[in-house]
Design a protein around this ligand. Structure first.
Ligand SMILES: C[S@@+](CC[C@H](N)C(=O)[O-])C[C@H]1O[C@@H](n2cnc3c(N)ncnc32)[C@H](O)[C@@H]1O
Length: 228
């Protein structure tokens, strides 16, 4: 078994490696490499695709998305400002607020081929609260997908692992033909985050339209109240 100190040392070296690479290639965040690795492995982007990126600041994923879709439309949303990127639209706002969703629908126009969410709550250090907040953001990301994603579209969403994870996965499985869980190499070894890659959007399926077997399940996740 690898000693904890060795694990930490390896994790720090990995972090450093992506930090240096981001600096060298002018990416705004180490997270850029996570998205590159996801795209290389799961073939998310195609030339000309329209992309919505939630939790996009400082803009590392936007840079990668824009590079990979070329003339395609790319829009990023975040609570924090995003410095301008050529050919990319941005919205400053909280995606859990109705006004932000309305602004997104107005600015974006038409359907998206890909919805990305790298949203993360402010880490408070209390594990199950951080997990619950992350799940809360995922549910909003899925709601955005239900509003903007075209049929057969794709979604990549980050979630902090925990006991509510199966409910998030199930919400995605109801809507997409294929759902895979992935931990990119550029993710910190100590981190509990994973990315769910969902492909083949079937459209929003209200619960009453789900398969009878699915209706038996009791784990459907509902957001009650604000989790801020
Ligand atoms: C890990 S960072 C994203 C990094 C980004 N993908 C990149 O490559 O530069 C997570 C982001 O989620 C944003 N976020 C958290 N909650 C949000 C919310 N309710 N609405 C919009 N953005 C949110 C945070 O402000 C933060 O910038």
């Amino acid at each position: 078994m690898i000693h904890t100190m060795t694990k930490r040392w390896l994790a720090e070296r990995k972090q450093e490696k992506y930090y240096r690479l981001a600096k060298k290639y002018d990416y705004r965040s180490r997270a850029s490499f996570k998205l590159m690795q996801i795209d290389d492995r799961f073939e998310i982007f195609r030339e000309g695709d329209s992309v919505v990126d939630l939790g996009a600041s400082p803009g590392g994923w936007l840079q990668v998305a824009k590079e990979r879709v070329g003339d395609g439309k790319v829009i990023g949303v975040d609570l924090r400002p995003i410095k301008p990127i050529d050919g990319v639209m941005t919205i400053l706002g909280d995606i859990t607020a109705k006004g932000t969703m309305d602004e997104l629908l107005e600015k974006f126009e038409g359907k998206a081929d890909v919805v990305l969410s790298d949203m993360a709550p402010n880490i408070g250090g209390h594990y199950s609260t951080d997990h619950a907040r992350s799940v809360h953001l995922c549910i909003f990301a899925i709601d955005v997908a239900d509003h903007v994603l075209r049929k057969n579209g794709k979604m990549v969403v980050k979630v902090f692992m925990g006991d509510m994870f199966p409910s998030v996965k199930w919400e995605l499985e109801r809507r997409f033909q294929s759902v895979k869980v992935h931990e990119p190499d550029a993710t910190r070894a100590a981190s509990s985050e994973v990315y769910v890659i969902a492909k083949g959007y079937k459209g929003h399926r209200p619960k009453e339209m789900a398969d009878p077997a699915e209706q038996q399940r009791t784990t459907e996740f509902t957001v009650k109240g604000e989790l801020k």
